[in-house]
Write a protein that binds this ligand. Structure first.
Ligand code: SDX
Length: 374
């Protein structure tokens, strides 16, 4: 093969087509199946957006009812999965708990009988919806066991987000909170060939099963350069402490060559299209919980990063403080990203399986020349 240019990190490499979403850095826009994500966040619920990602169209009233009925029937955390979670020490990171729980759900899926069943489109659609329905129970239970609180059973009379918050906090919070949370789920749902989604596609391309692909994607999302950034953002904000200390903190951090979590993006170079919508949701929470100090700190660090490095926030920057105000433990933030992104991951898994080609790039060898044992 010709010595072609190495594209480290596959930066700028177009690896395949996708019809699921379009990220456009020129216009700083993101569309899910053709709809601008800002419109979806304003006019739809996360259930409708999940349906759109999987089926390509927004659901009719009838389709949404059937979809919700099935999703609500699958919300229960079964005893087997719960037993495995209980075996994991509280020192285990919640991302490792979520990853393990998905593995268990896959391991006990009796429809996974042979290779054909691993890529069966109807079975994968059902598995996708089941994972979407069960992840809130896993995340909510993990937060509660860390606080020595009892499991709260799901309710089938609540929307996805209201039920998620009810299982976590034992009550249905104010509509402002439910709405801000639902907006975050919509904004986190899908983002083309990001590292965790591409991981899921690589695993799917070998004709492995959906749960293996989602488990791999969770592993990729955990890293602070990707989904782990929303947890890391909260630690940064707590480290800075107050708005007046932002500039000095940043000077020191940059002098130490630190990556400032929640800023920058591989594709968006003039700011992440989702940030204005998530920042507006954060502002509703700041008003609701009367925390102007959080907004001042947020704005001060953003301004310092813009003036010092001209690097703009990504979605993780407003999401971190929003989840903090809602009441989630900081190390539960990336599992929340998993609960949302499982819809995008599974849409890509099904797309990859439908028109598959084994993903296997080349490497330019840089080791020692051929030699022989004397
Ligand atoms: C997500 O891909 C997706 O779509 C991901 C995501 C999704 O929806 O799936 O959008 C979700 O993961 C958002 C990103 C969350 N990660 C973080 O917030 C971590 C902090 N960000 C950086 O690590 C970085 O911006 C990346 C990893 C996000 C992108 O890095 P790139 O494209 O590889 O760019 P780079 O690291 O080569 O940076 C270019 C320059 C460098 O300076 P030089 O070494 O050339 O002097 O910009 C600097 C970097 O040092 N830089 C930063 C910075 N981001 C870039 N410097 C300080 N802090 C930062 N955050």
């Amino acid at each position: 093969t010709p010595e072609t240019e190495i594209r480290k990190g596959l930066a700028g490499v177009v690896a395949d087509t996708t019809a699921i979403s379009k990220v456009n850095p020129e216009t700083n826009s993101l569309m899910y199946r053709g709809y601008p994500v800002q419109e979806l966040a304003e006019k739809c619920t996360f259930e409708e957006v999940a349906y759109l990602l999987w089926h390509g169209e927004l659901p009719t009233g009838e389709q949404l009812e059937a979809f919700q009925n099935f999703e609500r029937s699958q919300r229960h955390l079964d005893a087997g999965t719960r037993r495995v979670i209980d075996e994991l020490p509280l020192s285990a990171h919640p991302m490792d708990v979520v990853r393990t729980a998905v593995s268990v759900i896959g391991a006990v899926d009796e429809t996974l009988t042979d290779s054909a069943s691993m890529i069966d489109a109807d079975l994968n659609m059902q598995r996708s919806l089941t994972l979407m329905a069960k992840l809130p129970a896993i995340v909510a239970y993990d937060q509660r066991r860390r606080r020595d609180l009892e499991l709260v059973e799901p309710r089938d009379d609540l929307s996805y987000s209201a039920n998620f918050l009810h299982m976590t906090f034992g009550e249905v919070p104010d509509l402002v909170v439910v709405s801000a949370f639902d907006v975050s789920m919509i904004l986190y749902a899908e983002h083309s060939f990001n590292a965790s989604t591409f991981t899921a596609r690589v695993i799917t391309s070998t004709l492995s099963d959906l749960y293996s692909a989602v488990t791999g994607a969770i592993g990729a999302l955990k890293g602070p350069l990707h989904g782990g950034a929303n947890e890391a953002v909260m630690h940064v904000l707590e480290e800075v402490g107050t708005a007046d200390r932002a500039e000095a903190w940043l000077e020191t951090a940059l002098a130490e060559k630190r990556k400032i979590m929640g800023f920058g993006h591989r594709v968006y170079k003039n700011g992440d299209s989702r940030v204005p919508t998530m920042k507006a949701a954060l502002e509703t929470l700041v008003a609701k919980f009367d925390r102007p100090d959080m907004m001042e700190l947020y704005d001060a660090l953003e301004m310092a990063m813009t003036s010092r490095k001209n690097i703009k926030p990504n979605l993780d920057y407003p999401s971190g403080p929003a989840y903090n105000l809602i009441g989630f433990d900081t190390d539960m933030f990336t599992p929340l990203f998993v609960a949302s992104r499982v819809t995008g991951w599974t849409a890509h898994i099904m797309e990859q399986a439908a028109a598959n080609a084994l993903i296997r790039p080349l490497a330019a060898y840089s080791g020692v020349e051929e030699r022989h044992i004397s």
